[in-house]
Write a protein that binds this ligand. Structure first.
Ligand SMILES: CC(C)(COP(=O)(O)OP(=O)(O)OC[C@H]1O[C@@H](n2cnc3c(N)ncnc32)[C@H](O)[C@@H]1OP(=O)(O)O)[C@@H](O)C(=O)NCCC(=O)NCCS
Length: 385
């Protein structure tokens, strides 16, 4: 098997693989787009598999960590089960490390495949259905903030407004160019902005889509930097009450839905889970933001056969407000490759990782790992009354 970066000459073969795998009919004009790379696997001189890597960055602890977003993994139907996808993932790990992408995220249709290579479920992308009666009962903002349609000259303020909020939510992308083109926002059906004294206080983007009698309103971003601006944008959605029974809101800021929107006891949430893989532990630790903690150290034993560059005894050192990973130490806490993603994202604490068989060692040593990422887990009840 030969694995190499794809070139424009591979367009037909890659399109065919993806058409058959995903039943997709959109034929791209170009394979090579700014901010995207890809790998192909050749078997017996024919292209048997493909994988794309997008250049993104995710906020963790307020700092943007370069992230390789894996997508479009497809293997020819006649060549499956022979390790082609696994070999592509191994090559992708080395390629991402080389390009400074310290972490990697993917939306998996086949979790087993990616688990085998160290990715693990570490976060969600969610849409919530907000029934109109609930939107109508949202408290009215006390302040009247006039909104207006967005113009091209608003684009950088719009992105700044997004960043001001996104930076405070672990996992959010920074939507950096060239992978993301901010101008595309203006192609949406509804883009309204709330001008503020310094830039924008908030904005909302939405598209009308088919579904039901009157179609759906899909709100892609409802983002605002303060409560009054969030309430103003929520109130603006109530104006659709005549034509729609509900709107679909993509959760950008969970506080908007949880603290202001007032969803009913039972409501519909559409969830897509994403899996995270730490590609290069020292680089990922250096790139993320950390809370101010007293000096501490955790001795790790990283078990990771697919990323040997960070495997083995490593010491996580918290010193004078900075955190780093260096080789050495006693290996007191054993962390499997699959534990690194959910730990780094804060999705699971060390107790859960232990119960899943992904972490071993003294709980008193491991607790520093939780304190660092603030991994308290999502508070839950499993009893209903
Ligand atoms: C999923 C796909 C890429 C796997 O390609 P492949 O070359 O057959 O995968 P591999 O041979 O490297 O398999 C690696 C492991 O994943 C497992 N696996 C592969 N496909 C699987 C599936 N559909 N369901 C569950 N496990 C699967 C294999 O059993 C194997 O596990 P093992 O190492 O324990 O034996 C291929 O089946 C495909 O193109 N499917 C359609 C498109 C798709 O779903 N892509 C994934 C997008 S996220």
């Amino acid at each position: 098997m030969h694995i190499r970066e794809y070139t424009e000459d591979d367009l037909e073969a890659v399109f065919r693989l993806r058409r058959v795998a995903f039943n997709s009919t959109d034929r791209p004009e170009r394979l090579m787009r700014p901010g995207t790379r890809g790998l192909v696997a050749e078997l017996d001189g024919r292209i048997a598999g493909v994988l794309g890597i997008g250049e993104y960055a995710q906020f963790y602890g307020g700092a943007a960590v370069p992230m390789g977003g894996i997508g479009g993994v497809a293997v020819d139907g006649a060549s499956r089960g022979r390790g082609v996808a696994s070999a592509l993932l191994d090559a992708a790990l080395a390629a991402m490390r080389e390009h400074g992408q310290a972490i990697s995220v993917l939306y998996a249709t086949v979790p087993a495949l990616y688990r085998g290579r160290g990715w693990e479920r570490s976060g969600v992308l969610e849409w919530v259905e907000l029934p109109m009666d609930r939107l109508l009962s949202v408290p009215k903002p006390t302040e009247r903030i006039p909104s207006r349609p967005a113009r091209e000259s608003d684009l950088s303020a719009l992105h700044d407004c997004y960043l001001e909020v996104a930076r405070t939510i672990d996992g959010m992308a920074d939507r950096r160019p060239p992978r993301i083109t901010v101008e595309k926002v203006l192609e949406m059906d509804l883009v309204s902005v709330l001008p503020g004294p310094n830039g924008l206080r908030g904005y909302l983007t939405a598209t009308r889509e088919p579904g039901g009698d009157m179609g759906r309103l899909k709100v892609h971003d409802l983002v605002a930097v303060d409560a009054e601006a969030q309430l103003t944008l929520l109130a603006s959605l109530a104006s659709w009450a005549g034509t729609l029974e509900a709107v679909d809101l993509r959760i950008t800021d969970p506080a908007t839905v949880d603290l202001l929107a007032g969803t009913p006891l039972r409501h519909s949430v559409w969830t897509a889970t994403w899996m995270l893989r730490v590609v290069d532990l020292p680089a990922a630790v250096a790139a993320r933001g950390w809370p101010r903690l007293a000096n501490a150290a955790v001795d790790l034993e990283v078990v990771d056969e697919h990323a040997p560059w960070h495997a083995g005894p490593r010491r996580l050192v918290v010193e004078d407000g900075s955190v780093r990973v260096e080789p050495g130490g006693t290996g007191a806490v054993r962390l499997h490759a699959r534990a690194l993603g959910p730990w780094f994202s804060g999705a699971q604490n060390t107790h859960a990782l232990r119960r899943a068989g992904l972490l071993e060692g003294d709980p008193a040593d491991a607790v520093v790992l939780d304190q660092l990422v603030g991994a308290a887990g999502v508070p839950r009840l499993a009893d209903f009354f």
